[in-house]
Design a protein around this ligand. Structure first.
Ligand code: SAM
Ligand code: SF4
Length: 477
């Protein structure tokens, strides 16, 4: 489903640059912040409208404790009223860390001679996928360095290999990608392998800062990266994810730029990004970045709440770069997807099955701060009365833009998302969880079933859970 956005007079052209740093800074510097104005902006978002740059500038400048509290409360309210309590779970799988580029913040940069380089063979990839399946995962994001080895054909082959793996009752039902920009033909090749979302992060939207951090290799070309996802759209791949790496430049600028990127895709292609990511810089091998723009926990939690309000219908992805405490807090502000059981050393899923392996930065892109297993993350989500979900129904039924539909189609969440979350969690509990731990989760499932209210639907969901208990799998609405 496509949608025609309110375009805020944006006259962008496809495949052309759209970031004007002066325009963004003017908005930030001229924002008129008062309690009254803040309330107006928040209300616009709670009324389910996307915010424009001037309004987002008000939010990023609102910095008294009272104002920040208002922003966070509003994000929580928006999340609760619009999205409910589902959290979608996934795992990243690093396929290869060869890289021609020199991004100064990344452990995989070409000049890092300490880095242990590896590209998984198809067999190693299958072994990792098997381990992830045996833990209960259903959704993966495959991650690659930027290197001639990782051609579109190579990426497509790895995606197909992942979909083919079966273990026990499990198979991967959605593969997303985080890799270098491709050309239009390349995006078509990868799309044909059946991917979900293709993510490319701009890292920083400030052209001069970008030059400073991206020393050599293809990625040094700011403009090329900026229009990467336009090319994906031109190739017919309309499910794309954008992101900024927080800590490279002023976080307020990056937040406005992410909204500007969203506007651009809406203005040119009538569809915004499916997801926004907001990774925060972490230590890495050969990491050499000053703390000038380091984002404090206080600002980070605030910026997540602001993003929720600014683009109320876009999925927000939160990763294990953050500690479990920060993750627990910002989940309240409307993150829709989190990774769990994350290991980013190549081949690590199948190498050390047990426990929390010590991180070795020469083998990893950066440090992660949440090493918990999938089971532990699910236990905490259940404790906090979220509904963990492995749902992949929309993608497989061709219902793209599901976050937008959840947001805008009345009853969509009750009709599809909650029942599918319940069914995928039921599968997880039956196949991968021990009985004692599952008791609380079944209670959460029961509560969510009752909250569906509609009798016919309740009966159908209960009926399908019984079918799952008897051995059927992959039932969805
Ligand atoms: N090589 C591809 C690229 O650069 O687009 C794939 C992405 S890279 C393997 C995944 C993302 O990790 C990058 O886009 C960047 O935002 C993030 N990243 C890199 N170094 C990081 C660090 N030190 N801390 C946190 N995130 C980092
Ligand atoms: Fe290579 Fe991506 Fe790391 Fe840059 S961020 S060095 S492109 S893997």
């Amino acid at each position: 489903m496509k949608f025609i956005p309110e375009k805020y007079n944006i006259k962008d052209e496809p495949m052309k640059g759209f970031i004007d740093p002066n325009e963004i800074w003017e908005h930030i510097n001229n924002a008129k912040v008062s309690m009254e104005r803040l309330q107006e902006v928040i209300q616009k978002s709670l009324d389910k409208n996307r915010l424009n740059l001037e309004e987002v500038a008000v939010l990023v400048n609102a910095d008294t404790p009272e104002m920040v509290e208002m922003i966070k409360k509003a994000a929580t309210k928006l999340k609760e009223t619009v999205y409910g309590n589902r959290i979608v779970l996934f795992a990243p799988l690093y396929v290869g860390n060869l890289c021609h580029n020199n991004c100064k913040y990344c452990g995989f940069q070409a000049s890092n001679l300490e880095a242990v380089r590896k590209t998984l063979t198809i067999e190693e990839l299958e072994n990792d996928v098997t381990s992830l399946l045996d833990n209960g995962h259903k959704r993966l994001i495959l991650v690659y360095g930027e290197h001639k080895t990782y051609s579109p054909e190579f990426i497509a082959d790895t995606v197909r290999a992942v979909y083919k793996v079966k273990s026990g009752n499990g198979n991967i039902r959605r593969v997303n990608i985080n890799a270098a920009p491709l050309d239009i033909e390349g995006f078509k090749t990868v799309a044909d392998s059946g991917i979900g979302t293709y993510q490319v992060f701009q890292e920083t939207y400030h052209p001069d800062a970008y030059k400073k951090y991206h020393i050599s290799g293809k990625k040094a070309n700011y403009e090329n990266r900026l229009i990467a996802l336009d090319k994906a759209q031109e190739a017919g791949l309309d499910d794309v994810g954008i992101g900024a790496l927080f800590g490279l430049y002023d976080w307020r600028y990056e937040v406005l730029a992410l909204v500007r990127h969203t506007n651009h895709l809406e203005a040119c292609y009538n569809i915004g990004p499916h997801t926004i990511s907001f990774p925060r810089l972490q230590d890495a091998s050969q990491y050499d970045i000053s703390d000038e723009y380091k984002v404090s926990d206080e600002d980070f939690t605030k910026l997540v709440a602001i993003l929720r309000l600014a683009v109320p219908y876009t999925g927000l992805i939160l990763t294990a770069r953050e500690t479990k405490e920060i993750r627990r807090e910002v989940l309240q502000y409307g993150c829709s997807q989190v990774d769990a059981g994350t290991k980013i050393e190549l081949g690590a899923y199948s190498e050390d099955e047990e426990g929390e392996a010590k991180q070795d930065l020469t083998k990893e892109q950066f440090l992660i701060n949440d090493n918990r297993s999938l089971g532990e993350v699910i236990d905490e989500l259940i404790e906090d009365e979220y509904l963990p979900s492995f749902c992949t129904a929309c993608y497989r039924l061709g219902r793209t833009g599901e976050h937008f539909m959840e947001f805008s189609v009345p009853g969509f969440i009750k009709r599809y998302c909650t029942p599918n979350a319940i069914l995928t969690l039921s599968e997880y509990l039956i196949d991968y969880s021990d009985k004692e731990k599952a008791v609380k989760a079944w209670k959460v499932i029961d509560k969510n079933i009752e909250d569906l209210k509609e009798k016919k639907l309740i009966i159908e969901v209960r009926n399908r859970i019984e079918r799952i208990k008897k051995g059927e799998r992959d039932l969805y609405f």
